[in-house]
Design a binder for this molecule. Structure first.
Ligand code: ZN
Ligand code: ZN
Length: 314
């Protein structure tokens, strides 16, 4: 049974999840046999029954035919009383690298993310929802087959609450959303902009914790990804695929994490919180200094990182 413990002094929470220790580790880049992979079509019975799937209307649940499949995590980091933990299987094909997927599949994946966030958010109990992805063993993946995850918690984690309150304070002071102001400034100098279109911008943040860290933000202020319409979800999938493919050209099959946070937005945060995806490549490991100080050492400045990513855009 998973439990959440909070540090009495700082409020920083940890999840104690003994179940997770039992989860199998199937990472084997040199040809995991398909029948051993619980995420491959034909092996649906190896996971809990699906909670959602992108599949033809005439096909049966928990049978092949799907193109994206969402299931409860068999080894959840949170118990049913304290949260939700789902796995989003991102392709029917046994593929480990998102860069190999076409635009249509990306559209389906991001559509699935939004659908699950909407449904789980509607429950009302989970004040913080998050989609995240670990690609590659170095980034924490235990299964090769491409999959994202959704975790929902009954409270907003301390670090997220701190950022939200800083954004609220900026808005009070400057009468502008911090992220909107950043987008405007970055588009003027262009040094840290990887690409932009009418709907989104991808930029390397001024203080990146990781080499090639990239943030993707909607150009028009919006506080929640769940509220994005189908057209915007497609644009979002398009620019995210462009960035992942550029990163893949710089370093083939890159290990990375990305996440989209979906905290419940109180009225006071609507004008100051701006949803986004943060992509964190994992080319070096956080170690003693990082754990002790909370400060990351990054060998690549954001300007050359943005330049290399721009040059690698297809
Ligand atoms: Zn598989
Ligand atoms: Zn904004």
């Amino acid at each position: 049974m998973a439990e959440i413990s909070k540090d009495p002094l700082t409020g920083r929470a940890v999840i104690i999840a003994p179940e997770r220790a039992r989860r199998p580790k199937q990472f084997n880049a040199s040809g995991t046999p398909a029948e051993a992979c619980p995420f491959c079509p034909g092996n649906e019975s190896a996971t809990p029954p699906e909670s959602w799937a992108d599949r033809p209307a005439n096909s049966q649940a928990d049978r092949p035919g799907w193109s994206v499949r969402v299931v409860p995590n068999k080894y959840p980091a949170v118990s049913a009383a304290t949260g939700v933990h789902e796995v989003i299987v991102e392709s029917a094909a046994h593929i480990g690298n998102l860069a190999a997927l076409d635009q249509l599949q990306f559209n389906k994946i991001f559509h699935a993310y939004r659908e699950r966030l909407r449904t789980i958010g509607a429950d009302g109990r989970w004040l913080y929802r998050m989609i995240f992805k670990n690609q590659g063993e170095r980034a924490g993946a235990t299964f090769e087959h491409a999959h994202g995850q959704l975790i929902a918690l009954p409270f907003i984690p301390a670090d997220v609450a701190t950022e939200m309150s800083a954004a609220r304070e900026f808005h009070r002071r400057e009468s502008s959303c911090y992220y909107c102001a950043t987008i405007e400034r970055e588009l003027q100098t262009k040094e840290r902009v990887v690409t932009s279109d009418n709907a989104f911008i991808a930029l390397c943040p001024a203080a990146p914790r990781f080499a090639f860290e990239t943030w993707i933000l909607p150009r028009s202020h919006a506080s929640s990804f769940e509220a994005a319409d189908d057209a915007l979800v497609k644009e979002f999938a398009k620019i995210t695929r462009q960035i992942i493919r550029a990163l893949d050209r710089i370093e083939p099959n890159p290990p990375f994490n990305y996440f989209i946070q979906a905290p419940t937005i109180a009225a006071k945060d609507q004008a100051s919180y701006h949803w986004q995806l943060r992509l964190l490549p994992q080319f070096s490991r956080a170690a003693g200094f990082e754990w002790g100080s909370g400060m990351h050492i990054n060998p690549v400045a954001p300007e050359p990182a943005a330049q290399l990513l721009r040059d690698a855009l297809i």
